[in-house]
Design a protein around this ligand. Structure first.
Ligand code: DGL
Length: 238
C-alpha cells in the first residue's frame, strides 16, 4: 500500500512534527500542506478554522489520495479533530495537542503551557488538565498572541519582543517545565532557552510520530515501498 500521508499546518510549524514522523517512517511518502495564506489560525474563530481545515483535508484525501491526515497543528486539532473524524470516517486522523500529559507524568510541579489564544481557551486543553494534573501540580496557561505568525514570517524583532513580554509577565513565577503547545514554537527553542534558561521544553512531536506509526500498523497500511519523498504545498507563494 503506497498511498501518502498528508500533513497540514498553518505554515512551517508542522515541519517539527514531519521531521519526527520521517525519522520513524522513512519508507512512507508525504504531502505537506503549509497553509501560510491563512496563518495565524490561533487568532481566528473556531468556525473559520474548521472551514479552512476541512477544505485542506478534503484536498488531501480527494486530490492527493492520502491514507492518513496528520493535523500537525495544536490549534486545528483542539478545534476540529472530532468533527473531522465524524465527517471522514474512512480516513485515519492523528492530531497534536499540548504535551500536558507528558509534563504531568514527569511530575513537574509548576508547568507553564504556551500556545495560541484559541488552543489556550479550548475545551480540549481543559480536558487534558482535568485528566492529567495531580493535586500537587500547578498549570499556568499563557496565550502567546502573535508568536506563531512572527515565527512564520521570521520576524526576529517581534519574536524577541513577545518572549520578553512573556518573561516579564511571569517574573517571580516558579516554572519547572514549559510545554510548547504550538508546533511553530519548537522552531525557536534556542530563543526560549535564552529567555527561560535551564527550564526543560516539552513538545508533542515525537509522541505524534509514534502514534502515526501505531495507527498505520494497527490498520496494516504501512507502505514499506515509499522513499521518504515529501511534496510541499504552500497556499501562498511569495
Ligand atoms: N502551528 C499551529 C499550532 O500548533 C498554529 C499556529 C497558528 O497558525 O496560529 O497551534
Amino acid at each position: 500500500m503506497n498511498k501518502k500521508i498528508g500533513i497540514l499546518d498553518s505554515g512551517i510549524g508542522g515541519t517539527t512534527v514531519l521531521k519526527e514522523i520521517i525519522n520513524l517512517l522513512p519508507k512512507e511518502d508525504y504531502v505537506y500542506y503549509a497553509d501560510n495564506k491563512n496563518n495565524p489560525y490561533g487568532e481566528k474563530t473556531p468556525e473559520e478554522i474548521y472551514n479552512i481545515v476541512d477544505k485542506i483535508v478534503e484536498f488531501l484525501i480527494k486530490e492527493k489520495n492520502c491514507k492518513m491526515v496528520v493535523l500537525a497543528c495544536n490549534t486545528a486539532t483542539t478545534q476540529c479533530m472530532k468533527q473531522l473524524q465524524e465527517k471522514y470516517q474512512n480516513i485515519l486522523f492523528v492530531g497534536t495537542v499540548p504535551a500536558i500529559k507528558a509534563a504531568c507524568d514527569n511530575n513537574y510541579k509548576n508547568i507553564l503551557v504556551l500556545a495560541t489564544p484559541v488552543t489556550i481557551t479550548s475545551k480540549r486543553t481543559q480536558e487534558l488538565i482535568r485528566d492529567n494534573k495531580k493535586k500537587n501540580q500547578q498549570i499556568i496557561l499563557k496565550s502567546c498572541d502573535g508568536l506563531a505568525n512572527a515565527i512564520e514570517i521570521k520576524d526576529k524583532n517581534k519574536i524577541y519582543k513577545i518572549l520578553r513580554n512573556i518573561q516579564k509577565e511571569l517574573e517571580g513565577t516558579k516554572i519547572d517545565s514549559i510545554v510548547l503547545g504550538c508546533t511553530h514554537y519548537p522552531l525557536i527553542k534556542k530563543e526560549f532557552n535564552e529567555f527561560f534558561p535551564n527550564i526543560p521544553l516539552l513538545d508533542g512531536s515525537l509522541g505524534v510520530a509514534k502514534q502515526v506509526k501505531r495507527e498505520l500498523e494497527k490498520k496494516e497500511i504501512l507502505s514499506g515501498t515509499g522513499t521518504g519523498k515529501i511534496e510541499y504545498i504552500y497556499s501562498k507563494n511569495d
